[in-house]
Design a protein around this ligand. Structure first.
Ligand code: NAI
Ligand code: MG
Length: 506
């Protein structure tokens, strides 16, 4: 999450609440630094989740468009191309410039995000802050990616250095459209790769606007190509392409399987996956209860619960269970669901009718399987895709709502007796993205942290994701890491050079 200071400063610059009639400037594919129509002439609609109304049609990229983008990217990556001859420090400057352009247009971008995705405007602004941070962080890395000299046996001098992988396909989801584009683009560009970015079909608008800023920043043609389109067509064309050297994906575990299979069937491209989760959040009896209640709820309700690392399994120790549930319900009553452009709104609309229906099905199954519905559980209003903030107590580990990712504002509260029991139950899942513990006891915090099988553990906080700390999953939550120095490694090949040293010069 962005620093409060940074988001507030962006807020101060923008007088944007209540604005909805936005001009939509870019609706085409972006290939070779030009906005172009799709080859087959197809278009698809994107909707405003808060009203259910169509915003506009967008050009739909398919296999032939991906091929065109690959040719553009290939040219940009050729050995003597402008991009390959661009100094590392200049790559950093271009990414910095992009950060400044996002900042300049943050008012427009945040409104566009809210329009297309349905999240509250303040949360869109928060995403923009994080987007800027991500570009700034990776811009600084461009000329600091150093290899090693290795003291090998014999008369040899050995060193390593990092090279870009080549043509990188990136497939992003709809929950943080602009931020996920930044998470993918920034490390790929700072390391010198060329990119084909596929936007999610539900939320293509901010990614296309970003493409215009990439051109304005001065990136050479073909370095970044942006394709709006569907998964089974454009997405699959990327993951199956023989000349795409790597694919990075964020989305469902189901599609993660397909992408890895496609890579396996074709050119064994490098794959990084960031997928779903069912992250456990363990509240010990000595925790600061009000803070634990607030944060545990924020991780499930923020972004309408559409967060991969959402702490959607709240485990609470039995001594404080009743109080925790009561306080959670009281807090949920204060959530203001509705018009995401209104300054008082704290929960916006789910991204699509399909996602809303999927969440409602989960809620029905929770009720049927015997969990106690404490509040919410139904659609909110009769327009758009809003859901009431929902809390279940007395949730059992074998229920569907305890095992499957819901991806909506549904908190499941479980009861446990001992810390070891909570850890065992927390780890009993196919996922391993995030986990958390709330306690005032440092030894207990470290004990739980060391035993959770998750890529990140948060202590007395949750869902804090930063540009400089690696993020990713154990088990079926993913492979590889994004952000931080580890994020760079996913976009680099290490090259070893070994040189024979002459014994004596005659
Ligand atoms: P999805 O995994 O289908 O979509 C994510 C991206 O993958 C989109 O750009 C989509 O077009 C693309 N895609 C879909 N099929 C593809 C294929 N065969 N080959 C290549 N790319 C493909 O996710 P969806 O259907 O939008 O949401 C379903 C569930 O996935 C959600 O309810 C949630 O549980 C999970 N999800 C997790 C996310 C995360 O941040 N880890 C983000 C979005 C969804
Ligand atoms: Mg939309």
């Amino acid at each position: 999450m962005a620093s409060k200071q940074q988001t507030e400063s962006l807020m101060a610059q923008c007088k944007l609440f209540g604005k909805k009639d936005l001009p939509i400037k870019y609706t085409s594919l972006f290939i070779n630094n030009e906005f172009v129509p799709s080859i087959e002439g197809n278009k698809f609609p994107t909707f405003c989740p808060a009203t259910g109304e169509k915003i506009c049609d967008v050009e739909e990229g398919r296999k032939a468009d991906v091929q065109k983008a690959v040719l553009a990217a290939k040219q940009a990556f050729e050995f003597n191309s402008v991009w390959r001859r661009t100094d590392a420090s200049q790559r950093g400057r271009l990414i910095q410039k992009l950060a400044r352009l996002v900042e300049r247009d943050s008012e427009y971008l945040s409104q566009l995000e809210t329009l297309d995705n349905g999240k509250p405007l303040a949360e869109s602004l928060n995403d923009i802050s994080d987007t800027i941070k991500c570009f700034e962080y990776y811009a600084g890395w461009s000329d600091k990616i150093e290899g090693k000299t290795i003291p090998v046996d014999g008369d040899y001098f050995a060193y390593t250095h990092y090279e870009p992988i080549g043509i990188v396909g990136q497939i992003i989801p709809w929950n943080f459209p602009l931020l996920m584009a930044a998470w993918k683009l920034a490390p790929a560009l700072t390391t010198g790769n060329v990119v084909i970015l596929k936007l999610a079909e539900q939320t293509p608008l901010t990614g296309l606007y970003l493409a215009s800023l990439i051109k304005e920043a001065g990136f050479p043609p073909g370095v970044v190509n942006v394709i709006p389109g569907y998964g089974p067509t454009a997405g699959a064309a990327i993951s199956e392409h023989m000349e795409i050297d790597k694919v990075a994906f964020t989305g469902s575990t189901e599609v993660g399987h397909l992408i890895m299979q496609a890579a396996g069937r074709t050119n064994l491209k490098n794959v990084t996956l960031e997928m779903g989760g069912k992250s456990p959040n363990i509240i010990l009896k000595d925790a600061d209860i009000d803070s634990a209640v607030e944060t545990s709820q924020a991780t499930v309700f923020y972004n309408q619960g559409e967060i991969c690392s959402s702490g959607s399994r709240t485990y609470v120790q039995e001594e404080i269970y009743e109080e925790f549930v009561r306080k959670s319900v009281e807090l949920a009553m204060k959530v203001k669901t509705g018009d995401p452009f209104h300054p008082d709104t704290t929960m916006g609309a789910q991204v699509s009718e399909e996602q809303l229906m999927k969440i409602l099905e989960h809620i029905e199954s929770g009720k049927k399987e015997g969990a106690k519905l404490e509040c919410g559980g139904s659609r909110h209003g009769d327009k758009g895709y809003f859901l009431q903030p929902t809390i279940f107590s007395n949730v059992q580990d074998d229920m569907k709502i305890a095992r499957e990712e819901i991806f909506g504002p549904v908190q499941s509260i479980f009861k446990f007796k001992t810390m070891d029991e909570a850890i065992e139950r927390a780890n009993d899942t196919k996922y391993g993205l995030g986990g958390g513990v709330f306690t005032r006891d440092i030894e207990n915090a470290m004990y739980v942290s060391s035993r959770l099988k998750t890529g990140t553990v948060w202590i007395n906080c949750f869902d804090v994701t930063l540009a400089n700390t690696p993020f990713g999953g154990y088990k079926m939550s993913g492979t590889g890491r994004e952000m931080g120095e580890e994020g760079l490694r996913q976009y680099s090949e290490v090259k070893t050079t070994i040189m024979k040293i002459a014994k004596k010069i005659s």
